[in-house]
Design a protein around this ligand. Structure first.
Ligand code: COA
Length: 197
């Protein structure tokens, strides 16, 4: 990682039931629907404007954000018909600490069978096999499903919630509980990771 690197690679990550892929404009109606889900609105970062047109615009900027090293936003896509099951992403890259935040959500129909656990594990392991040494997940203390998910994925409590700060969990590179860094389908570790300008 050097000062000029900004482009985030798109990983080739998949398992028998889904793959992680870039957003496509055709995903806009599904994203528009997902942004109506109170749990997604409460638990994850959704934009203020959430019309179908806003969904299309948000998707159209995902590759710009990736190329600028701002965020890596990936669809969790059904292994059969490639439809949207959810999202996992990395954002707020802190180059000096070699760390980034991780985000996740699933559509309501995709929950309850371990899809998020596998997707978060895949992305975290890929990132930690590259230049990142820590992946951090922030969430409200009341977000029980996300707390359980973080713990299932080997994240440890980093910081309890404060008056105005969410609780945070961290997963670090070289964790002896995860000796095999490469998840199923990992095509290569990232060697260029950017940061917010
Ligand atoms: C957070 C969120 C993704 C968790 O979804 P989830 O379906 O609970 O997570 P998983 O897909 O990993 O599934 C776990 C469930 O499947 C079960 N399961 C079945 N097979 C499993 C397997 N092979 N591996 C793991 N879990 C499995 C688990 O026991 C668990 O069941 P439970 O819901 O009864 O506890 C979802 O609640 C969500 O989208 N919330 C809104 C967005 C949000 O809050 N984002 C947080 C940003 S930090």
């Amino acid at each position: 990682m050097n000062g000029r690197e900004t482009v985030l690679e798109v990983p080739d990550l998949r398992c028998e039931t889904f793959r992680l892929r870039q957003w496509r404009i055709e995903d806009a109606p599904d994203l528009f629907e997902a942004w109506k889900d109170p749990q997604i609105l409460s638990g994850s970062v959704a934009p203020e404007k959430r019309s179908l047109r806003d969904a299309r615009e948000w998707i159209s900027r995902t590759d710009v954000r990736r190329r600028a090293g701002v965020s890596l936003d990936l669809v969790v896509a059904d292994g059969g018909d490639d439809s949207l099951l959810g999202e996992v992403g990395l954002y707020r890259f802190d180059k000096s600490r070699r760390a980034a935040l991780i985000s996740w959500w699933l559509t309501t129909g995709a929950r309850g069978d371990g899809t998020a656990t596998r997707a978060v594990n895949m992305l975290a392991e890929w990132a930690l096999a590259g230049p990142l040494t820590a992946v951090i997940a922030e969430m409200k203390e009341t977000n029980v499903k996300s707390r359980e998910l973080a713990q299932r994925c080997g994240f440890d409590l980093l910081r309890a919630a404060g008056d105005s700060t969410p609780m945070a969990f961290v997963r670090r590179a070289g964790d002896p509980r995860f000796p095999q860094a490469g998840p199923v389908g990992r095509a290569g570790a990232p060697d260029t990771v950017g940061s917010r300008p």
